[in-house]
Write a protein that binds this ligand. Sequence first.
Ligand code: GLC
Length: 425
Amino acid sequence: MSDLIIQKAAEILRKNDLGTYTVPTHGLYPFQWNWDSCLTALGQAYIDEKRAWIEIDTLLAHQWEDGMVPHIIFHKEDDGYFPGPEIWGTNRPTPTSGITQPPVAGFAVQRLFERASDVQNAEAKARHLLPKIHKWHKWFYQNRDPENVGLAAIIHPWETGRDNSIDWDAPFENVPTDGVVPFQRRDVQHANPEHRPTEAQYQRYIWLVQHFRALGWDNTKLHEASPFKIVDPGFNAILLRSIRAIADLAQTLGETEIARESTAMLDRGIGALETLWSEKHGQYLCFDRNSGKAIEKRSIGGLIALFAPIPAPRAAALAQTITALSERTNFLVASHDPMDAEFDAKRYWRGPVWLIVNYMIADGLINAGNTALAARIEADSLRLIEESGFAEYYDPFSGEPCGGEQFTWTAAMVIEFLSKEKDVA
Ligand code: GLC
Protein backbone atom coordinates (compact mmCIF):
# COMPACT_ATOMS: atom_id res chain seq x y z
CA MET A 1 0.00 0.00 0.00
CA SER A 2 2.60 2.51 1.03
CA ASP A 3 4.65 1.76 -2.11
CA LEU A 4 1.66 2.62 -4.24
CA ILE A 5 1.11 5.90 -2.39
CA ILE A 6 4.79 6.81 -2.76
CA GLN A 7 4.51 6.10 -6.48
CA LYS A 8 1.49 8.35 -6.78
CA ALA A 9 3.23 11.10 -4.83
CA ALA A 10 6.32 10.79 -7.02
CA GLU A 11 4.12 11.16 -10.09
CA ILE A 12 2.75 14.45 -8.75
CA LEU A 13 6.26 15.75 -8.12
CA ARG A 14 7.22 14.84 -11.67
CA LYS A 15 4.10 16.36 -13.16
CA ASN A 16 4.68 19.68 -11.40
CA ASP A 17 8.44 19.73 -12.08
CA LEU A 18 9.49 22.39 -14.58
CA GLY A 19 13.17 21.36 -14.62
CA THR A 20 14.83 23.69 -12.12
CA TYR A 21 11.82 24.43 -9.93
CA THR A 22 8.47 22.86 -9.12
CA VAL A 23 5.11 24.63 -9.20
CA PRO A 24 2.87 24.03 -6.14
CA THR A 25 0.15 22.93 -8.58
CA HIS A 26 -0.56 23.83 -12.19
CA GLY A 27 -3.18 26.52 -12.75
CA LEU A 28 -3.68 27.94 -9.26
CA TYR A 29 0.05 28.55 -8.52
CA PRO A 30 2.06 28.58 -11.77
CA PHE A 31 5.39 29.91 -10.37
CA GLN A 32 8.00 29.01 -7.75
CA TRP A 33 6.99 29.56 -4.13
CA ASN A 34 9.64 29.88 -1.44
CA TRP A 35 8.72 27.50 1.38
CA ASP A 36 6.90 25.15 -0.98
CA SER A 37 10.17 24.57 -2.82
CA CYS A 38 12.19 23.92 0.33
CA LEU A 39 9.69 21.39 1.68
CA THR A 40 9.28 19.86 -1.77
CA ALA A 41 13.03 19.22 -1.93
CA LEU A 42 12.69 16.88 1.06
CA GLY A 43 10.41 14.58 -0.91
CA GLN A 44 12.38 14.97 -4.12
CA ALA A 45 15.54 13.82 -2.36
CA TYR A 46 14.14 10.30 -2.10
CA ILE A 47 13.65 10.18 -5.85
CA ASP A 48 16.52 12.23 -7.22
CA GLU A 49 18.97 13.83 -4.79
CA LYS A 50 20.59 16.13 -7.36
CA ARG A 51 17.23 17.47 -8.40
CA ALA A 52 16.36 18.23 -4.77
CA TRP A 53 19.45 20.45 -4.36
CA ILE A 54 18.61 22.25 -7.60
CA GLU A 55 15.16 23.17 -6.22
CA ILE A 56 16.71 25.12 -3.33
CA ASP A 57 19.56 26.45 -5.45
CA THR A 58 17.10 27.98 -7.90
CA LEU A 59 15.22 29.70 -5.09
CA LEU A 60 18.35 31.18 -3.51
CA ALA A 61 19.62 32.36 -6.91
CA HIS A 62 16.88 35.00 -6.68
CA GLN A 63 17.86 36.36 -3.28
CA TRP A 64 17.84 40.15 -3.14
CA GLU A 65 21.06 42.07 -2.52
CA ASP A 66 19.91 43.00 0.99
CA GLY A 67 19.47 39.29 1.88
CA MET A 68 15.70 38.88 1.49
CA VAL A 69 14.52 35.75 -0.31
CA PRO A 70 11.22 36.51 -2.05
CA HIS A 71 8.08 34.47 -1.63
CA ILE A 72 7.39 34.04 -5.36
CA ILE A 73 9.77 33.84 -8.32
CA PHE A 74 7.95 34.59 -11.56
CA HIS A 75 10.20 32.52 -13.80
CA LYS A 76 7.95 32.94 -16.80
CA GLU A 77 4.81 34.75 -17.79
CA ASP A 78 1.46 33.32 -16.84
CA ASP A 79 -1.67 35.43 -16.57
CA GLY A 80 -3.49 32.74 -14.60
CA TYR A 81 -2.33 34.20 -11.29
CA PHE A 82 -3.06 37.45 -9.50
CA PRO A 83 -1.14 39.52 -8.36
CA GLY A 84 1.45 39.04 -11.08
CA PRO A 85 4.82 40.81 -11.55
CA GLU A 86 3.29 44.02 -12.90
CA ILE A 87 1.44 44.56 -9.61
CA TRP A 88 4.51 43.87 -7.47
CA GLY A 89 6.77 46.08 -9.59
CA THR A 90 9.96 44.99 -7.85
CA ASN A 91 12.24 45.63 -10.85
CA ARG A 92 14.20 42.43 -10.52
CA PRO A 93 16.01 40.86 -13.51
CA THR A 94 13.69 37.87 -13.12
CA PRO A 95 10.53 39.30 -11.56
CA THR A 96 9.82 38.34 -7.96
CA SER A 97 7.34 39.36 -5.30
CA GLY A 98 8.58 41.87 -2.72
CA ILE A 99 7.86 40.00 0.49
CA THR A 100 9.26 36.82 1.99
CA GLN A 101 7.94 33.53 3.43
CA PRO A 102 8.74 31.20 6.36
CA PRO A 103 12.50 30.54 6.13
CA VAL A 104 12.51 26.78 6.14
CA ALA A 105 15.48 26.58 3.72
CA GLY A 106 18.12 26.15 6.45
CA PHE A 107 16.27 23.21 7.92
CA ALA A 108 15.76 21.63 4.49
CA VAL A 109 19.42 22.01 3.55
CA GLN A 110 20.55 20.35 6.77
CA ARG A 111 18.14 17.46 6.22
CA LEU A 112 19.29 16.96 2.62
CA PHE A 113 22.91 17.10 3.76
CA GLU A 114 22.44 14.56 6.54
CA ARG A 115 20.65 12.08 4.29
CA ALA A 116 22.85 12.53 1.24
CA SER A 117 24.27 9.50 -0.48
CA ASP A 118 26.16 11.71 -2.93
CA VAL A 119 28.23 13.28 -0.17
CA GLN A 120 30.49 15.27 -2.46
CA ASN A 121 27.63 17.00 -4.24
CA ALA A 122 25.89 17.62 -0.91
CA GLU A 123 28.95 19.25 0.58
CA ALA A 124 29.49 21.48 -2.44
CA LYS A 125 25.84 22.55 -2.43
CA ALA A 126 25.74 23.11 1.31
CA ARG A 127 28.90 25.24 1.18
CA HIS A 128 27.37 27.34 -1.57
CA LEU A 129 24.00 27.79 0.16
CA LEU A 130 25.24 28.29 3.72
CA PRO A 131 26.31 31.97 3.49
CA LYS A 132 23.23 32.88 1.47
CA ILE A 133 20.81 31.40 3.97
CA HIS A 134 22.77 32.92 6.83
CA LYS A 135 22.47 36.33 5.18
CA TRP A 136 18.71 35.84 4.90
CA HIS A 137 18.50 34.94 8.60
CA LYS A 138 20.40 38.09 9.56
CA TRP A 139 18.14 40.11 7.24
CA PHE A 140 15.16 39.23 9.43
CA TYR A 141 16.65 40.74 12.56
CA GLN A 142 18.14 43.72 10.71
CA ASN A 143 14.88 44.65 8.96
CA ARG A 144 12.06 43.17 10.97
CA ASP A 145 13.24 43.70 14.52
CA PRO A 146 14.17 47.38 14.78
CA GLU A 147 13.91 47.43 18.57
CA ASN A 148 16.15 44.42 18.91
CA VAL A 149 13.79 42.26 20.89
CA GLY A 150 14.92 39.05 19.19
CA LEU A 151 11.68 38.41 17.27
CA ALA A 152 11.05 39.08 13.58
CA ALA A 153 7.73 40.55 12.46
CA ILE A 154 5.85 39.85 9.26
CA ILE A 155 4.33 42.80 7.41
CA HIS A 156 1.94 40.95 5.11
CA PRO A 157 -0.21 37.88 5.90
CA TRP A 158 1.25 36.11 2.85
CA GLU A 159 4.65 36.17 4.57
CA THR A 160 3.51 33.70 7.22
CA GLY A 161 2.15 31.39 4.56
CA ARG A 162 -1.13 31.37 6.54
CA ASP A 163 -2.80 33.90 4.28
CA ASN A 164 -6.28 34.32 5.77
CA SER A 165 -5.77 33.07 9.33
CA ILE A 166 -8.22 34.29 11.95
CA ASP A 167 -5.13 35.72 13.64
CA TRP A 168 -5.11 38.58 11.12
CA ASP A 169 -8.77 39.60 11.45
CA ALA A 170 -8.32 42.21 14.19
CA PRO A 171 -5.02 43.68 12.93
CA PHE A 172 -6.47 43.85 9.42
CA GLU A 173 -8.92 46.48 10.63
CA ASN A 174 -5.91 48.74 10.69
CA VAL A 175 -5.27 48.23 6.97
CA PRO A 176 -7.21 50.60 4.70
CA THR A 177 -8.57 49.76 1.26
CA ASP A 178 -8.81 53.20 -0.32
CA GLY A 179 -6.88 53.64 -3.55
CA VAL A 180 -6.73 49.94 -4.34
CA VAL A 181 -6.75 49.61 -8.12
CA PRO A 182 -9.61 47.49 -9.44
CA PHE A 183 -8.47 43.92 -9.99
CA GLN A 184 -9.70 40.53 -10.99
CA ARG A 185 -8.78 37.59 -8.80
CA ARG A 186 -7.69 34.44 -10.59
CA ASP A 187 -7.58 32.03 -7.63
CA VAL A 188 -11.38 31.75 -7.51
CA GLN A 189 -11.37 30.55 -11.12
CA HIS A 190 -9.14 27.61 -10.17
CA ALA A 191 -10.58 26.68 -6.77
CA ASN A 192 -13.90 26.81 -4.95
CA PRO A 193 -14.41 30.43 -3.73
CA GLU A 194 -15.89 29.03 -0.50
CA HIS A 195 -12.47 27.55 0.26
CA ARG A 196 -10.53 30.74 -0.46
CA PRO A 197 -9.96 34.13 1.26
CA THR A 198 -12.76 36.68 1.01
CA GLU A 199 -12.97 39.74 -1.26
CA ALA A 200 -12.51 42.07 1.73
CA GLN A 201 -9.28 40.29 2.66
CA TYR A 202 -7.97 40.49 -0.90
CA GLN A 203 -8.55 44.26 -0.94
CA ARG A 204 -6.27 44.55 2.06
CA TYR A 205 -3.64 42.16 0.69
CA ILE A 206 -3.40 44.35 -2.39
CA TRP A 207 -3.46 47.61 -0.47
CA LEU A 208 -0.34 46.47 1.41
CA VAL A 209 1.40 45.47 -1.82
CA GLN A 210 0.67 48.88 -3.37
CA HIS A 211 1.82 50.63 -0.20
CA PHE A 212 5.18 48.81 -0.11
CA ARG A 213 5.64 49.30 -3.82
CA ALA A 214 5.17 53.05 -3.39
CA LEU A 215 8.06 52.91 -0.90
CA GLY A 216 10.26 51.31 -3.56
CA TRP A 217 10.39 47.96 -1.74
CA ASP A 218 13.04 49.49 0.49
CA ASN A 219 13.22 47.07 3.39
CA THR A 220 14.81 49.63 5.66
CA LYS A 221 11.47 51.51 5.53
CA LEU A 222 8.76 48.87 5.25
CA HIS A 223 8.51 47.62 8.84
CA GLU A 224 8.11 51.13 10.21
CA ALA A 225 5.64 52.13 7.50
CA SER A 226 3.42 49.06 7.68
CA PRO A 227 0.01 49.27 9.38
CA PHE A 228 0.27 45.48 9.70
CA LYS A 229 3.18 44.16 11.81
CA ILE A 230 2.73 40.86 13.54
CA VAL A 231 5.09 38.65 15.47
CA ASP A 232 4.00 35.11 14.66
CA PRO A 233 5.43 32.41 16.96
CA GLY A 234 5.23 29.77 14.22
CA PHE A 235 7.14 31.94 11.78
CA ASN A 236 9.80 32.71 14.37
CA ALA A 237 10.03 29.04 15.32
CA ILE A 238 10.71 28.08 11.70
CA LEU A 239 13.35 30.79 11.55
CA LEU A 240 14.97 29.55 14.77
CA ARG A 241 14.94 25.94 13.67
CA SER A 242 16.66 26.95 10.44
CA ILE A 243 19.17 29.07 12.32
CA ARG A 244 20.03 26.07 14.47
CA ALA A 245 20.38 23.93 11.36
CA ILE A 246 22.77 26.46 9.84
CA ALA A 247 24.73 26.69 13.11
CA ASP A 248 25.22 22.90 13.12
CA LEU A 249 26.02 22.70 9.45
CA ALA A 250 28.48 25.59 9.67
CA GLN A 251 30.21 23.82 12.54
CA THR A 252 30.49 20.62 10.51
CA LEU A 253 31.85 22.49 7.49
CA GLY A 254 34.32 24.55 9.53
CA GLU A 255 32.54 27.88 8.91
CA THR A 256 33.12 29.05 12.46
CA GLU A 257 32.01 32.66 12.02
CA ILE A 258 28.62 31.61 10.64
CA ALA A 259 28.32 29.04 13.42
CA ARG A 260 29.09 31.64 16.08
CA GLU A 261 26.69 34.27 14.73
CA SER A 262 23.94 31.70 14.28
CA THR A 263 24.29 30.40 17.82
CA ALA A 264 24.02 33.94 19.18
CA MET A 265 20.85 34.62 17.13
CA LEU A 266 19.38 31.30 18.25
CA ASP A 267 19.96 31.89 21.96
CA ARG A 268 18.40 35.32 21.80
CA GLY A 269 15.46 34.18 19.70
CA ILE A 270 14.59 31.24 21.93
CA GLY A 271 14.62 33.52 24.96
CA ALA A 272 12.41 36.08 23.20
CA LEU A 273 9.90 33.47 22.03
CA GLU A 274 9.06 32.95 25.67
CA THR A 275 7.36 36.36 25.75
CA LEU A 276 4.67 34.99 23.40
CA TRP A 277 3.68 32.15 25.72
CA SER A 278 0.09 32.16 27.05
CA GLU A 279 -0.54 30.09 30.13
CA LYS A 280 -4.28 30.62 29.67
CA HIS A 281 -4.35 29.08 26.19
CA GLY A 282 -1.60 26.53 26.71
CA GLN A 283 0.19 27.71 23.59
CA TYR A 284 2.10 30.62 22.10
CA LEU A 285 0.11 33.53 20.62
CA CYS A 286 0.73 36.07 17.88
CA PHE A 287 1.57 39.59 18.97
CA ASP A 288 0.40 42.72 17.18
CA ARG A 289 3.23 45.28 17.18
CA ASN A 290 0.91 48.11 16.21
CA SER A 291 -1.62 47.67 19.00
CA GLY A 292 0.98 46.30 21.43
CA LYS A 293 -1.35 43.42 22.29
CA ALA A 294 -1.36 39.64 22.05
CA ILE A 295 -3.83 38.15 19.57
CA GLU A 296 -6.00 35.87 21.68
CA LYS A 297 -6.69 33.24 19.03
CA ARG A 298 -5.72 29.58 19.12
CA SER A 299 -4.08 28.90 15.79
CA ILE A 300 -1.36 26.56 14.58
CA GLY A 301 0.90 29.64 14.63
CA GLY A 302 1.30 28.89 18.32
CA LEU A 303 1.68 25.14 17.85
CA ILE A 304 4.30 25.22 15.10
CA ALA A 305 6.55 26.60 17.83
CA LEU A 306 7.28 22.92 18.54
CA PHE A 307 9.49 22.98 15.47
CA ALA A 308 12.00 25.17 17.36
CA PRO A 309 14.17 23.96 20.23
CA ILE A 310 11.78 25.29 22.91
CA PRO A 311 12.02 24.37 26.62
CA ALA A 312 10.71 20.87 27.49
CA PRO A 313 7.81 22.09 29.70
CA ARG A 314 6.53 24.24 26.82
CA ALA A 315 6.68 21.30 24.40
CA ALA A 316 4.80 19.15 26.92
CA ALA A 317 2.09 21.80 27.33
CA LEU A 318 1.71 22.14 23.55
CA ALA A 319 1.35 18.37 23.27
CA GLN A 320 -1.50 18.56 25.77
CA THR A 321 -3.16 21.34 23.80
CA ILE A 322 -2.90 19.28 20.59
CA THR A 323 -4.32 16.22 22.37
CA ALA A 324 -7.28 18.30 23.54
CA LEU A 325 -7.72 19.58 19.97
CA SER A 326 -7.81 15.99 18.70
CA GLU A 327 -10.97 15.42 20.70
CA ARG A 328 -12.72 18.24 18.87
CA THR A 329 -11.89 17.15 15.27
CA ASN A 330 -11.45 13.89 13.34
CA PHE A 331 -8.09 14.74 11.83
CA LEU A 332 -5.12 16.49 13.41
CA VAL A 333 -4.04 19.31 13.25
CA ALA A 334 -6.77 21.87 12.49
CA SER A 335 -5.28 25.26 11.61
CA HIS A 336 -7.60 26.90 14.16
CA ASP A 337 -9.36 25.60 17.21
CA PRO A 338 -13.00 24.82 16.30
CA MET A 339 -14.04 26.54 19.54
CA ASP A 340 -13.21 29.89 17.92
CA ALA A 341 -16.38 31.55 16.61
CA GLU A 342 -14.62 32.46 13.34
CA PHE A 343 -13.48 28.89 12.70
CA ASP A 344 -14.29 27.66 9.18
CA ALA A 345 -13.60 24.00 8.37
CA LYS A 346 -13.12 24.55 4.65
CA ARG A 347 -11.73 28.04 4.27
CA TYR A 348 -7.99 27.83 3.70
CA TRP A 349 -6.11 28.74 6.91
CA ARG A 350 -9.19 29.25 9.11
CA GLY A 351 -9.64 25.61 10.09
CA PRO A 352 -8.42 23.08 7.51
CA VAL A 353 -5.56 20.64 8.04
CA TRP A 354 -2.35 21.19 6.06
CA LEU A 355 0.16 18.36 5.73
CA ILE A 356 3.23 20.57 5.83
CA VAL A 357 2.09 21.90 9.20
CA ASN A 358 1.51 18.35 10.40
CA TYR A 359 5.02 17.50 9.30
CA MET A 360 6.64 20.33 11.24
CA ILE A 361 4.58 19.70 14.37
CA ALA A 362 5.23 15.95 14.25
CA ASP A 363 8.94 16.58 13.78
CA GLY A 364 8.96 18.85 16.82
CA LEU A 365 7.11 16.27 18.90
CA ILE A 366 9.61 13.58 17.94
CA ASN A 367 12.45 15.85 19.02
CA ALA A 368 10.61 16.48 22.28
CA GLY A 369 10.34 12.71 22.81
CA ASN A 370 6.59 12.47 22.23
CA THR A 371 6.65 9.88 19.47
CA ALA A 372 3.11 8.66 20.24
CA LEU A 373 1.43 11.96 19.41
CA ALA A 374 3.71 12.42 16.40
CA ALA A 375 2.67 8.97 15.14
CA ARG A 376 -0.96 9.91 15.54
CA ILE A 377 -0.48 13.08 13.47
CA GLU A 378 1.34 11.11 10.78
CA ALA A 379 -1.39 8.44 10.75
CA ASP A 380 -4.10 11.11 10.38
CA SER A 381 -2.13 12.66 7.50
CA LEU A 382 -1.91 9.33 5.68
CA ARG A 383 -5.58 8.62 6.28
CA LEU A 384 -6.38 11.94 4.59
CA ILE A 385 -4.32 10.98 1.55
CA GLU A 386 -5.92 7.57 1.29
CA GLU A 387 -9.43 8.96 1.58
CA SER A 388 -9.09 12.23 -0.30
CA GLY A 389 -5.96 12.28 -2.46
CA PHE A 390 -3.15 14.83 -2.56
CA ALA A 391 -5.16 18.00 -1.93
CA GLU A 392 -3.88 21.42 -0.92
CA TYR A 393 -5.71 21.13 2.46
CA TYR A 394 -8.48 19.16 4.14
CA ASP A 395 -11.60 19.65 6.23
CA PRO A 396 -10.61 18.50 9.76
CA PHE A 397 -14.04 16.85 10.35
CA SER A 398 -14.97 15.19 7.06
CA GLY A 399 -11.48 14.93 5.58
CA GLU A 400 -12.89 16.42 2.38
CA PRO A 401 -10.19 17.65 -0.04
CA CYS A 402 -10.13 21.45 -0.44
CA GLY A 403 -8.33 24.04 -2.58
CA GLY A 404 -6.03 22.87 -5.37
CA GLU A 405 -5.47 19.28 -6.44
CA GLN A 406 -2.33 17.25 -7.16
CA PHE A 407 -0.45 19.39 -4.71
CA THR A 408 3.33 19.24 -4.70
CA TRP A 409 4.22 19.81 -1.06
CA THR A 410 1.42 17.53 0.11
CA ALA A 411 2.96 14.79 -2.06
CA ALA A 412 6.44 15.61 -0.74
CA MET A 413 5.30 15.33 2.87
CA VAL A 414 3.70 11.96 2.23
CA ILE A 415 6.97 10.68 0.78
CA GLU A 416 8.71 11.99 3.90
CA PHE A 417 6.27 10.29 6.27
CA LEU A 418 6.33 6.96 4.45
CA SER A 419 10.01 6.80 3.62
CA LYS A 420 10.89 7.59 7.20
CA GLU A 421 8.72 4.67 8.32
CA LYS A 422 10.62 2.44 5.93
CA ASP A 423 14.00 3.71 7.17
CA VAL A 424 13.01 2.71 10.67
CA ALA A 425 11.63 -0.71 9.60
C1 GLC B 1 -0.90 29.81 -0.57
C2 GLC B 1 -0.48 29.40 0.82
C3 GLC B 1 1.01 29.53 0.97
C4 GLC B 1 1.71 28.74 -0.12
C5 GLC B 1 1.18 29.08 -1.52
C6 GLC B 1 1.65 28.12 -2.60
O1 GLC B 1 -0.68 31.16 -0.80
O2 GLC B 1 -1.16 30.13 1.78
O3 GLC B 1 1.43 29.11 2.24
O4 GLC B 1 3.07 28.93 -0.08
O5 GLC B 1 -0.23 29.03 -1.52
O6 GLC B 1 1.33 26.81 -2.28
